[in-house]
Write a protein that binds this ligand. Structure first.
Ligand code: MN
Length: 192
């Protein structure tokens, strides 16, 4: 199988001023593309030649896992945003958030803490667990919660390449900006 860089569902400046077109140019156009290109180079002749990204995430190790998971993680990250602003969770998703975290504000604080305090490179996630409850999890490097049987709902990339052009070393400022971009209708649709 040959993978392709998915088209963004908005234009490169749609996330400004929170994520600049320059960051999209590098983070999507270079980093995300490079994971796709590297994965395609690793697959021929491997056990994962005909595998889906999800199968790669579940079973692969080493470079095939790292590049495959990074392709999936980035697509999922970009597809949580839209050009709309000011959405918030409602319905079943809000109910689950309030049940688990007390309030939407409490959830945002805990998620941002998980993202800011993740040491080194990785991802913060909101996931739906097999028991139907929500959890915030951190994964290092290319890690993905599908591997632990969770259903990802929202993610924030906290590799430095995600924020350095816009925020330099200020990861908390990137998290504060992140909330402006999340389209909660898209996230709620992931509940299934
Ligand atoms: Mn990234």
């Amino acid at each position: 199988m040959t993978f392709e860089l998915p088209k963004l569902p908005y234009n490169a400046s749609a996330l400004e001023p929170f994520i600049s077109a320059k960051t999209i140019e590098f983070h999507y156009g270079k980093h995300h593309q490079t994971y796709v290109t590297k994965l395609n180079g690793l697959l021929p002749g491997s056990a994962f030649e005909n595998a889906t990204l999800e199968e790669i995430i579940q079973k692969a190790e080493g470079p095939i896992f790292n590049n495959g998971a990074q392709v999936w993680n980035h697509t999922f990250f970009w597809e949580g945003f839209s050009a709309r602003r000011g959405t918030s969770p409602s319905g079943k998703l809000l109910q689950l958030i309030e049940q688990q975290f007390g309030s939407f504000d409490e959830f945002k604080t805990k998620f941002a803490d998980a993202a800011v305090n993740l040491f080194g490179s990785g991802w913060a996630w909101l996931v739906l667990k097999a028991d139907g409850s929500l959890a915030i999890v951190q994964t290092g490097n290319a890690g993905n919660p599908l591997r632990d049987g969770h259903k990802p709902l929202l993610t924030c990339d906290v590799w430095e390449h995600a924020y350095y052009l816009d925020y330099q070393n200020r990861r908390p400022d990137f998290l504060a900006a992140f909330w402006n971009l999340v389209d909660w209708d898209l996230i709620a649709a992931r509940l299934g």
